[in-house]
Design a protein around this ligand. Structure first.
Ligand SMILES: [Zn+2]
Length: 933
């Protein structure tokens, strides 16, 4: 039996709470607290809300402690010793998720994150339990606490800590010690059947028999046939059984929820019909596969103590075969506060929740219990022989679907965006009555805002049971906002799977939606694949329904990309890649193409993912257009999207491709001090305007002014000078309307640049450059021009082949724009021949559009310069002008080049003795134009 004490306050004017202490039979003490701060009730003098308990220092002094600290994405161990001499303050550098104390006669654990890192509850979000606590020495006490700043909109703050006697047993209680949105999920065990060679991370299970010491194996080896060939490929080998001869593969596990990924089939024989069972329950009744055909199935099961084993059974009237088995823990049973039990030990008592009865939508109904085990088929495919593919280019003209400029969408060009409550960690409906919503909207109007972002319950899949209330609430907000002339943007996230609320259950019933790695097809337990048709249908129906039923003016989806470097190798992505390109992504994990950026197949794959992600945004817009052709699809990125190829390589996320379906593009300007970082920020804003100019779109910038009126003003002004709108919060006591409403401000919709210099930002060069990086040179050139008060625009790869656009400029700057395609080269050649001027640096045009080296500059005839086989020289180098004898030092490396006949060498790179070694600056006259390299 469990002894439970609850303390409730359900009538507080500013605060309501429930505290529960439960002493379990096994000695665990479970302490749970949930507080509700009502809106506009925070104390001005101390705007914080928190909870703490304290332990006498004397009880813990002399103990050595081990802890897990930090956010879920960067959780790290920490150790130390607590003594009376320990200075007051936090025992660990970061907040504690878990801390264990040990000394003679004392061993005690405080688990502040009993549900584990998979919920990513690093701080107060959505009213879900916070997973990290402050543990501080304060004089004669050790104080355990969690809390948050009490914002005006209030909210719900929850946490749970479990105390028990024992040593640090973090790993026995939690299968994962870190959790990121993206990337692979480590498996507990991986088995191959029949492979001739070791594969890193896999056990060669073959026909090995189970032993308790090994913890896995077949129950009996009789009747098992190992099919082994010289190829190391997992799918080329198998273990099977003849008709009537069954097999049972056992894996010892910690009780909890487990996910198995099983690849069935035989490389050279038809198999079936056979059945698959899990822990005695049939899950797939009749599988039949032709020779070389593979079926991948996802099985999940809740192994409940005293059971501690997974048993995969394969048997039937026909023969059967298996290639591999991958075993992932989902949660251990002690982490379960979502399936078999809930937050509270004693159900049915007062729970501080936000009343939303006025919305007219039904209260959330808990999802019905899952029937274990669960099974879904993730894919069935036949292998294609390598080299059988037909190579063809990706469709050359990607689809662009954007609304035309119209009065109805003109608001975007003068949008001043404010938040209804906080950011994505909010509960969404903290302002629980129409009066409170109206009060906040009036504040925004008074602060000069005309657009409101509604954020909260960010990760959709965790809150699907509340969906009717979410819709009803957003409808009410939208009506109240529209009545005040405010536009409404709904901010959310979907493909990431967190295990809060309904998230865990959603994942377990949609394991076939999970993104998979390209080498082994292993699922990640972190993210769905946005290419999966089931995922798309469910999400798009939900968001289209929301747009239709609420009248929101726009939406902002945070994710919408590929799940990481090695993703997505799911069946849908592979099939679509082949359909679009004629190429086949290898099934064989040993294929050398994987990760090789010099291999045309891998290049095509990375470029296809980028295109596919862009196509996702177009598809989303197409669905939304059906209910509202003027729906605003807002999208944010960071400046890093320009400066590195990280987002393309890791996530397939590219600003330029996403812009094909998103009509309101913006940036989180991450530098908090935009004043001191003005040089870089201004250049980055120019890059962003290139997107707006190319697609005919408004651009916004999010200014984090950290409450400083100067930062707010400078951030707004830099955006303004680039014809961009600003999203920022209001500052108490600061009248921002003096500039937000300034009659002389730029009309961002009608303003046009009069610059006659174009600087190319080449996304191709960002993605595939070799030898010299591209972005730093573009940013540097832009900064130099700005310092000299020279007006200039940034243009994109696609703009080079727009003759009318190019001819508007007197000068085109190709700053280390290494990767140019044949059409671009031809366009630049024509532009110069007809009188244009080009300034090129470093390796401009030395590579093709996917970074493959060319013999010399593709524009060698224009530059009057050829590259020498000796390649690059390290910097710094000293250069001397031929006229005037002036010299300068170039700080970075340079290419060794030679001038063509007829070209004019302006200056030379000097060798160690001060003699000219090769040209540094060369000018050339071409047709009616000229060039300077
Ligand atoms: Zn996929």
């Amino acid at each position: 039996t469990t002894a439970v004490l609850n303390v409730l306050d359900d009538g507080g004017e500013s605060l309501q709470y429930r505290k529960e202490v439960a002493l379990h039979e096994d000695g665990r003490l479970e302490l749970t607290v949930r507080m509700r701060l009502l809106p506009y009730r925070q104390r001005e003098e101390d705007p914080s809300i928190g909870y703490s308990f304290r332990v006498p220092l004397s009880r813990l002094a002399g103990a050595r402690f081990t802890a897990r600290t930090g956010r879920a994405s960067s959780a790290a161990p920490a150790t130390g010793t607590l003594t009376a001499a320990t200075p007051d303050g936090s025992l660990t550098a970061g907040k504690c998720r878990f801390i264990a104390f040990e000394r003679d006669g004392l061993r005690i654990v405080f688990d502040a994150n009993p549900h584990g890192v998979l919920t990513k509850q690093d701080y107060s979000m959505y009213g879900e339990p916070v997973g990290s606590w402050n543990v501080e020495k304060q004089g004669e006490w050790v104080v355990f606490s969690f809390g948050a700043t009490a914002r005006s909109y209030g909210g719900i703050f929850t946490s749970k800590v479990i105390l028990y006697e024992g040593a640090d047993d973090y790993d026995a209680k939690h299968p994962y010690d870190q959790w990121n949105y993206h990337g692979p999920t480590p498996a507990a065990a991986q088995f191959t059947f029949g492979t001739a060679a070791e594969i890193e991370g896999f056990e060669r299970a073959d026909d090995r028999v189970y032993s308790a010491a090994q913890g896995w194996g077949w129950r009996r080896a009789d009747g098992l046939e190992v099919f082994r060939v010289s190829s190391p490929g997992i799918l080329d080998n198998a273990v099977g059984g003849q008709p009537g001869s069954g097999g049972e593969f056992l894996v010892d596990v910690h009780p909890g929820v487990w996910l198995l990924t099983l690849r069935l089939g035989h490389p050279s024989q038809a198999v079936g019909p056979f059945a698959v069972s899990l822990n005695g329950t049939p899950v797939l009744p009749a599988v039949s596969l032709s020779a070389g055909e593979t079926r991948e199935v996802s099985l999940s099961h809740y192994v409940r103590a005293p059971e501690r084993q997974l048993v995969v059974g394969l048997s039937g009237p026909g023969s059967w075969g298996v290639h591999s088995l991958i075993v992932h823990p989902v949660i251990y049973d002690n982490q379960d506060f979502a399936l078999d039990r809930g937050l509270w030990v004693a159900p049915g008592l007062f729970d501080p929740e936000v009343p939303l009865d006025w919305c007219g939508a039904p209260a959330p109904v808990p999802p019905s219990a899952l029937a274990w085990p669960l099974a879904v088929t993730a894919g069935t495919w036949s292998r294609r022989p390598a080299g059988a593919e037909v190579r063809s280019a990706v469709r050359s003209q990607p689809e662009v679907m954007l609304p035309a400029d119209s009065e109805a969408l003109a608001w975007r060009y003068d949008a001043r965006m404010g938040d209804l409550t906080g950011g994505c960690g909010c509960l969404l409906y903290e302002l629980y009555s129409p009066e409170l919503i109206g009060r906040r909207l009036d504040e925004l109007v008074a602060g000069g805002m005309n657009t409101v972002l509604v954020s909260g319950l960010h990760m959709h899949h965790c809150f699907l049971d509340r969906w009717p209330r979410i819709v009803a609430y957003i409808r009410a907000v939208t009506e109240l906002a529209h009545a005040r002339g405010l536009k409404v943007i709904y901010h959310h996230d979907v493909p990431v799977v967190l295990y809060n609320g309904t998230g865990l259950q959603h994942l377990l019933t949609h394991t076939d939606w999970l993104a998979r790695d390209v080498r082994f097809g292993r699922p990640t337990l972190r993210s769905y694949c946005i290419m999966n048709p089931g995922f798309r249908a469910e999400y798009m129906a939900r968001i289209v329904g929301l747009a239709r039923d609420t009248g929101i003016d726009g939406g902002m989806l945070d994710e919408g990309n590929v799940a990481g470097d090695d993703f997505c190798g799911c069946e849908h992505c592979r099939a679509a890649f082949t359909g679009d390109t004629g190429l086949v992504l290898p099934r064989d994990h040993t294929a050398t193409a994987f990760g090789d950026t010099d291999d045309p197949l891998w290049i095509a794959w990375i470029n296809w993912r980028r295109r596919a992600v862009g196509d996702f945004w177009v598809a989303l817009r197409r669905e939304l257009n059906a209910v509202n052709p003027e729906f605003c699809q807002m999208k944010y990125t960071t400046h890093t999207g320009f400066s590195t190829n990280w987002a393309i390589r890791a996530f397939g996320a590219d600003l330029i491709d996403c812009a094909r379906g998103c009509d309101f593009l913006g940036t989180e300007i991450m530098s908090r001090n935009v004043y001191d970082s003005a040089r870089a920020v201004f250049a980055f804003r120019k890059l962003k305007s290139a997107l707006g100019d190319h697609y005919g779109l408004p651009i916004w910038g999010l200014v984090y002014h950290v409450g400083d009126p100067v930062f707010a003003y400078v951030g707004w002004a830099m955006n303004q000078m680039n014809r961009q709108t600003t999203w920022m919060s209001t500052i108490d006591g600061e009248d921002m309307t003096r500039y937000l409403d300034w009659p002389g401000r730029v009309d961002c919709r009608r303003a046009r640049s009069v610059a006659d210099i174009a600087v190319l930002f080449s996304a191709q060069s960002r993605d595939w450059a070799k030898m010299f990086g591209h972005a730093a040179d573009v940013l540097g050139v832009s900064q130099v021009l700005t310092e000299a008060h020279v007006l200039h625009d940034v243009i994109l790869d696609q703009d080079l082949v727009d003759k009318g656009l190019l001819n508007r400029y007197k000068l085109l700057i190709l700053a280390s724009a290494s990767c140019l395609g044949a059409r671009q080269v031809e366009a630049v050649r024509g532009y110069v021949a007809e009188g244009g001027a080009v300034l090129a640096t470093a390796n401009a045009g030395l590579l093709n559009e996917v970074g493959l080296p060319q013999e010399t500059f593709q524009l060698a005839d224009v530059f009057g310069v050829d590259v020498l086989p000796a390649g690059t020289a390290r910097g710094p180098v000293t250069c001397r002008d031929r006229e005037g004898e002036g010299s300068f030092v170039h700080p970075a490396g340079v290419l060794r080049v030679k001038a063509r006949e007829g070209a004019t060498v302006r200056s030379d790179v000097l060798d160690a003795k001060g003699n000219p070694a090769w040209p540094a600056v060369v000018s050339n006259a071409v047709g009616r134009g000229r060039s300077l390299y």
